[in-house]
Write a protein that binds this ligand. Structure first.
Ligand SMILES: [Fe+2]
Ligand SMILES: [Fe+2]
Length: 301
């Protein structure tokens, strides 16, 4: 591969992926490049062209997901530097290949480069697919509950990878075809899918199975009432942490007492808020608002 072209792509093109979502970071482009180069060599086509198509194929995400394949094509067409290594015809062919990389695009890719990038874009690894789908859901639909995220994931997997799914593989008997079959078998196994979903959902939401993740999940399982009681407990601890300053004891003792009481106050405050969660906190806010209006009304009449 041309060294200068590779340097340009690594310095100017791949860093663009740093701004995209977790599923389309630089390692995704690098994976597509690796697989494209293997296919290009096998098929005996221009390795430099396959490399450019792979490197640019998702750069169009800078204008949103919907039309990103078309925008990627435009970015290739408008790139002045590429003219140092390619003819106008080659650039047009590469732009079209980038446009054709989407699994959901209507027709088959128009050239061998389109088929290569479309195939390389799909590293069918069941675990990675589940992980990417969970990450995408959490980033784009933060309001969804855990159950809704699971249903969204399964729906997406069936629409794309199911036997009637819109994904097409362009090379028969490829490693991808074998892994796709593996995924389809797995999708029918509900407990296995639940387990895999749990693994990536919990990691993304709570930072995995670490101590804080476990403590947080336990706190969230407690009731609204417990949350309010724990939260209210922070008030006397805050008052006591400052009131003890008036006691006729040594400064060192005051320091120790302050650390303990203030620490307890903070623990109750954050513990209570974690137990309540966003929903519980809003419920509490609503309750206080209601109290206020009940108070105000008699004054007005
Ligand atoms: Fe894409
Ligand atoms: Fe991609």
């Amino acid at each position: 591969m041309t060294v200068e072209l590779q340097r340009y792509v690594e310095e100017e093109i791949l860093p663009r992926y740093d701004a995209f979502d977790a599923a389309h970071q630089r390692n995704h482009a690098e994976m597509v490049i690796r697989q494209s180069l293997v296919l290009a060599e096998q098929l005996g086509v221009d390795v430099n062209m396959a490399y450019v198509v792979a490197a640019y194929h998702d750069t169009g995400l800078c204008e949103g997901r919907e039309t990103h394949h078309l925008v990627s094509g435009r970015i290739i067409r408008e790139d002045r530097r590429l003219r140092e290594w390619f003819t106008e015809e080659q650039i047009e062919e590469m732009a079209r290949a980038a446009e054709d990389h989407r699994a959901s695009s209507a027709g088959p890719p128009r050239s061998i480069y389109g088929r290569i990038v479309a195939e390389a874009d799909r590293f069918i690894d069941p675990e990675t697919i589940v992980q990417r789908t969970v990450q995408y859901g959490l980033e784009h639909y933060p309001e969804m509950t855990r159950e809704e995220h699971y249903r969204r994931m399964m729906q997406h997997l069936h629409e794309k990878y199911g036997r009637e799914g819109y994904l097409h593989l362009w090379f028969e008997d490829s490693p991808n075809a074998a892994r796709l079959e593996q995924l389809r078998v797995m999708m029918e196994d509900e407990p296995a899918m639940q387990k895999l979903f749990s693994k990536y959902y919990e990691t993304a939401v709570n930072g995995g199975s670490n101590m804080w993740g476990k403590v947080k999940r336990w706190l969230q399982s407690l009731s609204f009432r417990t949350g309010v009681i724990v939260l209210v407990c922070c008030i006397p601890f805050y008052i006591l942490s400052f009131a003890q300053m008036l006691l006729p004891i040594s400064a060192a003792a005051k320091g120790v007492l302050w650390t303990i009481l203030f620490g307890l106050a903070k623990t109750c405050q954050y513990g209570g808020l974690t137990i309540l969660g966003v929903e519980g906190f809003n419920r509490l806010k609503k309750y206080f608002k209601k109290e206020k209006t009940v108070f105000v009304k008699p004054k007005e009449t």
